[in-house]
Design a protein around this ligand. Structure first.
Ligand code: BES
Ligand code: MN
Ligand code: ZN
Length: 501
């Protein structure tokens, strides 16, 4: 994987990247050139760098800038050759207004532009904390390739040297960016993995491998017998149709002296056929991603441990494969969840809420945390309501919702708060069980959230639910996202956990 180094100089002999931003000295006129046969000049200008680069390099960059037609928007890249010179090439990189988000976009664009390079150097401005955080995350996330996609291809960019005035002062910022990006990459890898490999047992083994030898991290994995003995009826019902039995992963980051305890729950359906209520072909083709919530919460917990965040985090990942077979659960079955509440399921495709219900009830009764958050690729209705890039956030707690939204936004992800509308609670009525799990009256994402709320007990107002079906996957490569799994939630959760003490 790409190595990022902080250096105070000198620049390497090969490509040197200089940031530019909007606002050339004559921008308004240069855009409106009176002669249509003459290209408008650039409207960008060079960003002063923290480390002096000698006189000739900035002067030369300034001289070529007008002809580049750069606007300075984040992510623009132009190359200028310097035959015989050192550095041999200058790259001008648009960094927009220079906030963290723009730098993340610029970093990802740079990683893509430099895919055939071995080593490049980039000079940062002074006051580089936000720039470095964004740049490093953008480089590491934009250069992500799933290993099966990349097998046999030439290795990508190996090293980026970042020129700053005080490398030691910025080491912590780079560590935070690196931990965030590496755990996001892990979540992407898990989510992209085909379900022929990724069954519940395999997923649990991946967690064990990632957590092993890390002080402060404790792992417990329950198999089908333990789940039956303890009454995890939702997880057993959903996993019952598969030849690969269900698991419950419980990963605990327990730092000394933590004053806050957070439980994170993530939906871990390693493949969702819909079960007996089988999905049509187009709806099923991407259902290997139906464990993206579990991947995100596990990765965030590993990140919290890596960064030694002073907050206790217990992560629950109920893992099951929702299959069609003679042992699959049926529409109309009544399921007894952990803790005793029963639900009637008339659609075996509403499986996520059944496994989450067990995990939430277990967290409330046994772990008794201060805050309870779940992430799940729960409903197609998430995308109907909000499109492809926003998760739906539900919480009764305004402060918790605001804290999560702030952290998610600062981390470069997106979510939108949705109502836990009590009007629809009546849809959850069943004649044969405590709750109906899959009412079909509409408001799919809201009703799923209301169902989950029934299992939050006295943590009801300290719980938040994120339906992240839509942003868990990207259909194309843009910004720091690469086509495929996005790792949505890891960045936001890590930022949010860092605000708790
Ligand atoms: N895993 C799906 C939700 C999903 C859909 C995730 C598209 C990502 C992309 C979930 O298990 C499901 O099938 N939900 C049903 C619920 C319905 C049966 C009440 C849905 O959204 O249609
Ligand atoms: Mn389903
Ligand atoms: Zn599902």
């Amino acid at each position: 994987m790409l190595v990022i180094r902080l250096v105070s100089g000198p620049a390497g002999p090969d490509a040197l990247v200089l940031p530019v931003r909007p606002g050339g000295p004559d921008s308004p006129d240069s855009l409106a050139s009176p002669d249509p046969t003459v290209s408008p000049a650039s409207t960008a200008r060079l960003v002063p760098t923290a480390v002096p680069l000698g006189d000739d390099v900035p002067a030369e960059a300034a001289a070529v800038l007008p002809a580049t037609r750069l606007t300075g928007a984040a992510g623009e890249v132009r190359e200028h050759l310097r035959p015989g010179g050192s550095p041999a090439r200058l790259w001008l990189l648009g960094v927009g207004e220079g906030d963290e988000r723009d730098w993340r976009t610029a970093g990802a664009a740079l990683a893509r532009a430099a895919k055939d390079e071995t080593q490049i150097t980039i000079a940062l401005p002074g006051e580089a904390t936000a720039a470095l955080r964004g740049l490093a995350e953008g480089l590491l996330l934009g250069s992500y390739r799933f290993r099966l996609t990349e097998a046999g291809k030439r290795p990508a960019l190996a090293e980026v040297s970042v020129l700053v005035d005080d490398p030691d002062a910025l080491a912590g910022t780079l560590d935070a960016a690196r931990a965030t990006a590496e755990t996001t990459r892990l979540a992407r890898d898990l989510t992209n993995m085909p379900s022929s490999t990724k069954n519940p047992e395999w997923f649990a083994a991946q967690v064990a491998e990632a957590a092993s030898g890390r002080p402060g991290l404790h792992l417990r994995v329950r198999g089908p017998e333990e789940l039956a003995a303890e009454g995890f009826g939702g997880l057993l019902a959903v996993g019952g149709g598969s030849a690969s039995g269900p698991r419950l992963v419980e990963l605990d980051w327990r730092p000394d002296g933590a004053r806050t305890h957070v439980v994170l729950v993530g939906k871990g359906i390693t493949f969702d056929t819909g079960g007996i209520s089988i999905k049509p072909v187009p709806a099923m083709k991407l259902m290997r991603k139906d464990m993206a919530g579990a991947a995100a919460v596990i990765a965030a917990t590993l990140g919290a441990a890596e960064l030694r965040l002073p907050v206790r985090v217990t992560t629950l990942a109920p893992l099951a494969e929702n299959m069609v077979s003679g042992s699959a659960f049926r529409p109309g079955d009544v399921i007894r969840h952990y803790g005793g509440l029963t639900s009637e399921s008339t659609n075996s495709d509403a499986e996520g809420r059944l496994v989450l219900a067990d995990a939430l009830a277990y967290a409330v009764r046994e772990l008794k945390p201060d805050l309870l958050i779940d992430l799940a690729t729960l409903t197609g209705a998430n995308a109907v309501a909000l499109g492809k890039r926003h998760a739906a956030l539900y919480s009764e707690n305004d402060a918790l919702a605001a804290g999560l939204l702030d952290a998610i936004t600062a981390a470069g992800e997106r979510a939108w708060r949705m109502p836990l509308a009590d009007d629809y609670v009546e849809y959850l009525a069943s004649e044969i069980a405590d709750l109906h799990s899959s009412p079909a009256q509409g408001a799919g994402s809201v009703v799923a959230a209301l169902f989950l709320r029934e299992f939050t007990g006295d943590l009801r107002d300290r719980w938040a639910h994120l339906d992240m079906s839509a942003p868990s996957w990207s259909d194309d490569t843009h910004g720091e996202l690469v086509k495929g799994a996005t790792g949505w939630g890891v960045r936001g959760l890590l930022r949010w956990l860092a605000t708790l003490g």
